[in-house]
Structures are given as C-alpha cells and as structure tokens.
Design a protein around this ligand. Structure first.
Ligand code: SUD
Ligand code: ADP
Length: 279
C-alpha cells in the first residue's frame, strides 16, 4: 500500500490580467505549499476497476476528482490495472485551499508509480490540467509563481513562515466569482520582480467581501493579529506569522462560526518529499 499526502495551498497574491476567448481568466499568482492537507492510500490490483472510498460520504461518488484523475490514467495502463483508493479528507472544501486539485495531483503521481506508467511530471501536469487549473502546481509540488490559467509555473523560494488559515461558514463558488461583472479582471501584467516587491493583494477579494460579508468580518478580525488576505476565490483567509506560537495564539481566539488551522509554509510540497522516499 502507498500512502501519500495531498497538501493544501494558499494564493499569496492573485492578479487577474484578462479574460480569454474560452471564458477562462489569465492570472498571475503566487502559490504557497502548506505542510497540512489530505491523505490518500492506494492499493493497486489486477481487477481493472477503480474502487474509491472517502472519510466524507458527501464526496465519495464517481465525480470525485480522485476517481476522474485515475480514469484519465487508465488508457496509459495495462487493461487489468485496478486500484483501491481511500481519501482521508481534512482540507476544508470549496475554500480556495485547492484540496480537490491536490487530491487529483497525488492520485496522478501515485498511479504513475503503482501502474508503472513512466509518465513525466510534465505529462502528468498536462493530464491534470484537464481536471482543473489548480492541478498542475500540485503535480510540480513547489511553491511557485504561476501565469496563464495557472499552468505556466516558475519555482519561488520563500523564507520560512507560519500561517493561520481561517474558513468562515460561507460558500463561494469559483465559477460565480469568475462570471461576475464586477470582478477586477484588467490588472496590468507585471514582472515577477515587480510583483514580489509591491504590496500583495487578491483581485477576487473586494468582490467576495461584498458578496459574502462573513469573509469581510473574518478579515477584520484576523488583520488585528497580522497582515491578512483571502486565498483563491475564497472563502478562506489567512494571516502570516514569523513563528508558530503567534499563529497558535491567534487560533485560540478564533470566532465561533469559523474553522481554523495553523500550517507551515513550505517551498517543496510534502508530496514530492514522500515520493522521493517511495521510489
Ligand atoms: C483561481 C483559483 C486560484 O487558485 O481559485 P481557487 O479554486 O483556488 O479558489 C484557481 O486557479 C481556480 O482553479 P480550479 O478551482 O482548479 O478551477 P477550475 O475547476 O479549472 O474552474 C472553475 C471555474 O472557474 C473559472 N475559472 C477558473 C480558473 C481560471 N483561471 N479562470 C476562470 O475563469 C471558470 O469559469 C471555471 O469554470
Ligand atoms: N477530492 C475532492 N476533494 C474536495 N472536493 C472535491 C473533490 N473532488 C471533487 N470535489 C468537488 O469540488 C468542490 C471544490 O473543491 P475544493 O478543491 O475543495 O475547492 P477549492 O478549489 O475552492 O479549494 C467541492 O465542493 C466538491 O464538490
């Protein structure tokens, strides 16, 4: 059996620089890998079937990104290649933390190994992009600057730090944010050097704060502790701390209607580290 992590991510900044003909948006974003997330176990067999179980019954169906990722790899595998997969779901869902995309990326790497497909990381990322714009960064597994819809990646080394990640009791649909007429979608494309040295912001945040007052209220609370922003299209928000204790002190004061966790920011994803030990 192969057990691998599927880490969560933050978008430390997120600029939307335009809308493409296919409706998708071009972005400039800094993905930060975290040391916490989901965990998946894989047991390959020769049944030809993909059997999937999940700790959260609400996402245990065949439309789970894990099952969809496995199905995309089946044409590359022997006809009798099968697998049993168990997903221990921990990352809050639909919160801009990339949990589903990360689960898909971990599945692609795991089955590439267990079914002995020999696909390169770039091939896995290209396959993953069919499932979602956030999948390639998890396949590459590094804190990275991303352009395009998130598939053009450049690793970035950031200093060690800790984050308090807070998810208010609110749901924000990624598609609803991207189709909203008031979304800021005309930010000027900047160089990575300029982006790193200017104040970081998320272009989705003003709209989501308006559509979802819980996000604005949670940020007003969090910013009292440390500089804070929203990740992805929300609803999760985060604050950055130099040390773990300060992040845990803020977590102890968490408002009643929120979930929160403390995570370390990593330059290399725990998935890549685990894969090195698995081969
Ligand atoms: C914007 C980000 C930043 O990380 O948001 P979060 O999902 O993490 O909050 C992601 O790139 C999201 O990636 P992901 O969640 O994989 O999105 P997808 O499933 O590919 O797309 C969901 C919907 O969002 C819109 N969409 C998504 C990404 C993008 N660059 N432009 C878009 O317009 C499209 O309308 C699409 O139908
Ligand atoms: N493995 C998975 N984990 C979480 N959500 C999944 C998964 N597979 C499919 N989904 C669906 O995708 C939606 C958003 O997933 P998630 O990746 O958590 O959001 P986000 O991209 O905002 O971080 C969920 O509400 C769920 O319906």
């Amino acid at each position: 059996m192969l057990t691998l992590p599927a880490p969560a991510k933050l978008n430390l900044f997120l600029h939307i620089t335009g809308r493409r003909a296919d409706g998708y948006h071009n972005l400039q974003t800094l993905f930060r890998m975290l040391d916490v997330g989901d965990e998946l176990s894989f047991r390959a067999n020769q049944s030809g079937a993909i059997n999937f179980r999940c700790s959260d019954a609400s996402i245990a169906g065949a439309d789970n990104l894990v099952v969809r990722a496995a199905k995309l790899l089946q044409p590359f595998a022997a006809p009798d290649a099968g697998v049993e997969i168990y997903l221990e779901k921990r990352t809050p869902m639909g919160g801009g933390l990339g949990g589903g995309s990360s689960d898909a990326a971990t599945t692609l790497h795991a089955l590439n190994l267990q079914w002995q497909l020999g696909l390169s990381t770039q091939q896995l990322a290209d396959i993953g992009l069919k499932l979602g714009a956030d999948v390639p960064v998890f396949v590459f597994g590094q804190t990275a600057f991303a352009e395009g819809v998130g598939e053009q990646l450049q690793p970035v080394e950031l200093p060690d730090c800790w984050y308090l990640v807070v998810t208010p009791d609110a749901h924000v649909s990624t598609a609803a944010v991207f189709t909203h007429p008031d979304l800021i979608r005309d930010s000027k494309p900047l160089t990575l050097a300029d982006l790193m040295s200017s104040p970081w912001r998320n272009d989705c945040q003003p709209l989501v704060e308006r559509l979802c007052p819980q996000v604005a209220i949670t940020l007003q609370w969090l910013v009292e502790y440390a500089p804070s922003r929203m990740t992805g299209t929300g609803a999760s928000v985060f604050a950055e701390f130099a040390d773990e204790l300060s992040a845990r002190r803020a977590l102890a004061d968490l408002p009643a209607n929120c979930r929160g966790f403390v995570a370390r920011g990593l330059n290399q994803s725990p998935l890549l580290t685990a894969l090195r030990h698995a081969v």
